[in-house]
Write a protein that binds this ligand. Structure first.
Ligand code: GLN
Length: 556
C-alpha cells in the first residue's frame, strides 16, 4: 500500500492537546487494521530535548533505540501501543546539523544552501524515513507549536510540498485549534480559529479537518460556522471537549465519526471493525469509585507535573489493574531538607523517587529514602531513585555522611555510585549517556523475579552513573540484594532490600514501557505493597485517622 500521511498543525494557542489528538486518531486507524506510526516535528533548535530542563519541556521520553524525545511520543506509544524509533522525533537542530554537515563534506558541489529546497528536502527525507523504518502504512506527523511561529515555517513549507509530492488522496491536514470562552456572555468564539486557518492558507495549506478544542460544549451552530468560514465539510469539524479521563479521547473521536471520515478521505477500506471493549472497560474502571492509596512522589520538578508524565501514567495503569485509585502527593525534595513536607510523607503508604539530574534536592530525597527503609514503607526508586537508595544505605552501613555519588561529590571517599571507567573520558553533555533498551537478568527468589515472572527483561535506560562494584559486598552485608544484573554480571540494574516488605529500585526507567492495558509489573508490585501497607495501617490505628477514602472520578 502506498504510504498515507496525516499532518497535524496547531492554531490559536499551544498545549491544547494536539499530541493526544494525534495519538488518539492513530489508535482509531490501528483499530481499523492499519499499521500506524507517529512523528513529531519540533521547531526548536536543540538537537533533542535531552539537554533541556524539564521545566522548559516536561519529561524526556526515551525510546527503545535510545532516542531522547518529546513527551508526546509517550502519548503516541501508550495510546497506540506501538514502539517508535528515533526518526519519529525531528528537530530544527537535527535538520540543520545534517545539512551543514553535508555542506562541509562538499556534498552540494558548490551550490548555495537555502531553506528551500535544502532544509525542506531534509525535512521531507526524514518524514519519508518513518514508513521505511517502521513499516507504517499511515504516518501521522505532528508539528510542535502553533501556526505563525517563525521557526515552524520551514516545516510547514515541507508539509505543503508533501501534498504535491504524494498526492491529495494520500495526504490530509488536520488543524487543532482552541475556542476561547467569554464568561460575560457565556459564548465560545470561533474568530481566532478563522484567523489561524487564514494564516495556514497564506502558507499554502488548506486544512481538511478542524479539531476545535474547548472546555465547554460546542453547539451545532458553531460547527456550522467553522465549516462555513474555514471552508471544510461540516462533518470535518470535530468538536472536542476536554475529556475528564484522558483515555476517553479515542472513544469520543470514534463516536464523532472521525475514524470513518479519515479512512474514507484517504481512499481506504477498513480491514476490520474497531473493537473498543478494552478501552470502554478501562474508562469505566477509571470512573468507578475505588479505594484510594496515597503515594508520595519526591522530586525536584514537582511544580510541573509534566516532568513526570510517564511515571504518573504508569502508576495510573497499575492502579487500574488493581482496582485502586492513586492519590499522588507531590513532595519537593528541597522542602524536605528544610523540614517541611514530612507530614505528607508520613501520611503516604508508599514513597517514589523518580529520575533526575544535578545536586539540588538530593539530600531531601535521601532523607525520604531513609524514612522508607527504617519505617518499612514501600519504596520504588527509578534511576536516580536507585542511585540514592544505594547512597542512603551506604551512609548507614559505612556510618559516614560522606558516602555519595560522584555526580554530586567528585571527591567523596566512598563513591558508591560512579562513572564506569570507560565513561570517564566523555565530557560532552548531549547524547553521552547509556540510553535505550538493555537486557537485565533477574536473580531467583527476589521480589522482582516474582513480579515480572520472567528471568530476562529488556528495559529503557537514560543515565550516566552506575553502582560501583567495589561496594557490592558492603551493601550486601547491609541487606541489599542485587536482584537484576546485566547478562555479563557487570552492571547492577535492580536493587532491593532483603528485610523490607518492598524496597525496590531500578537503574532503568520502567515507566516508559507501561501501557494502559499492560501495566508494568514493577508498578503493580509496588502498589500491591502500598495497598498492604495501607490496610495494615488501618488495622493498627484508630479508624478516624486512616480511613480509606473514596473518590468519584479518577480524573487527571
Ligand atoms: N543523574 C543520574 C545519572 O546520570 C540519574 C539519571 C536519571 O535518573 N535518569 O546516572
Amino acid at each position: 500500500m502506498i504510504t498515507k500521511y496525516i499532518f497535524f498543525t496547531g492554531g490559536v494557542v499551544s498545549s491544547v492537546g494536539k499530541g493526544v489528538t494525534a495519538a488518539a486518531l492513530g489508535r482509531l486507524l490501528k483499530e481499523r487494521g492499519f499499521a500506524v506510526a507517529v512523528q513529531k516535528l519540533d521547531p526548536y533548535i536543540n538537537v533533542d530535548p535531552g539537554t533541556m530542563s524539564p521545566y522548559q519541556h516536561g519529561e524526556v521520553f526515551v525510546l527503545d533505540d535510545g532516542a531522547e524525545t518529546d513527551l508526546d511520543l509517550g502519548h503516541y506509544e501508550r495510546f497506540i501501543d506501538i514502539s517508535l524509533n528515533r526518526v519519529c522525533n525531528v528537530t530544527t537542530g537535527q535538520v540543520y546539523a545534517e545539512v551543514i554537515g553535508k555542506e562541509r563534506r562538499g556534498d552540494y558541489l558548490g551550490g548555495t544552501i537555502q531553506v528551500i529546497p535544502h532544509i525542506t528536502n531534509e525535512i521531507k527525507r526524514r518524514i519519508g524515513l518513518v514508513s521505511k523504518t517502521t513499516g507504517a502504512e499511515i504516518v501521522l506527523v505532528e508539528i510542535g507549536g502553533t501556526v505563525g511561529d517563525i521557526e515552524s515555517l520551514p516545516f510547514l513549507e515541507a508539509l505543503r510540498q508533501m501534498r504535491t509530492d504524494v498526492g491529495r488522496e494520500n495526504s490530509m491536514y488536520i488543524h487543532v485549534t482552541w475556542l476561547p470562552y467569554i464568561g460575560a456572555t457565556g459564548e465560545l468564539k470561533t474568530k481566532p480559529t478563522q484567523h489561524s486557518v487564514r494564516e495556514l492558507r497564506s502558507i499554502g495549506i488548506s486544512p481538511d479537518v478542524i479539531v476545535a478544542r474547548s472546555d465547554h460544549p460546542i453547539g451545532d451552530d458553531l460547527r456550522e460556522k467553522i465549516a462555513l468560514f474555514c471552508d471544510v465539510e461540516r462533518r470535518a469539524v470535530v468538536p472536542m471537549i476536554t475529556a475528564p479521563v484522558l483515555y476517553e479521547v479515542p472513544l469520543m473521536l470514534e463516536k464523532l465519526g472521525v475514524g470513518e471520515y479519515l479512512v474514507e478521505r484517504l481512499g481506504l477500506e477498513p480491514r476490520r471493525q474497531p473493537d473498543w471493549k478494552e478501552w470502554e472497560r478501562l474508562v469505566s474502571e477509571v470512573r468507578r469509585p475505588k479505594p484510594v492509596v496515597n503515594v508520595a512522589l519526591v522530586g525536584k520538578y514537582v511544580e510541573l507535573h509534566d516532568a513526570y508524565m510517564s511515571v504518573r501514567e504508569a502508576l495510573k495503569h497499575a492502579a487500574l489493574a488493581l482496582g485502586l485509585e492513586v492519590n499522588l502527593k507531590w513532595v519537593h525534595s528541597a522542602e524536605l531538607e528544610k523540614g517541611r513536607g514530612w507530614d505528607v510523607i508520613r501520611q503516604s503508604d508508599g514513597v517514589l523517587v523518580p529520575g533526575g539530574f544535578g545536586s539540588r534536592g538530593i539530600e531531601g530525597k535521601i532523607q525520604a529514602i531513609r524514612y522508607a527503609r527504617e519505617e518499612k514503607v514501600p519504596y520504588l526508586g527509578l534511576c536516580l531513585g536507585m542511585q540514592l537508595m544505594v547512597v542512603e544505605l551506604g551512609r548507614h552501613v559505612l556510618d559516614s555522611e560522606d558516602v555519595n555519588s560522584t555526580e554530586f561529590d567528585r571527591s567523596t571517599p566512598h563513591p558508591v555510585i560512579d562513572l564506569m571507567p570507560d565513561q570517564r573520558a566523555i565530557a560532552d553533555m548531549g547524547g553521552t549517556m547509556r540510553l535505550g533498551l538493555y537486557p537485565c537478568q533477574l536473580q531467583p527468589n527476589t521480589i522482582v523475579a516474582a513480579a515480572y515472572k520472567k528471568n530476562m527483561v529488556q528495559e529503557r535506560h537514560r543515565h550516566r552513573f552506575e553502582l560501583n562494584n567495589a561496594y557490592r559486598d558492603v551493601l550486601y552485608n547491609g541487606g541489599m540484594r542485587f536482584s537484576g544484573l546485566s547478562p555479563d554480571g557487570r552492571l547492577v540494574e535492580i536493587v532491593e532490600m532483603a528485610d523490607h516488605p518492598f524496597m525496590v529500585a531500578t537503574q532503568f526507567h520502567p515507566e516508559f514501557l507501561s501501557r494502559p492495558n499492560r501495566p508494568h509489573p514493577l508498578f503493580v508490585a509496588f502498589l500491591e505493597a502500598v495497598q498492604k501497607h495501607a490496610a495494615a495501617a488501618l488495622q493498627a490505628a484508630p479508624v478516624e485517622e486512616h480511613e480509606l477514602s473514596y473518590v468519584e472520578h479518577g480524573a487527571d
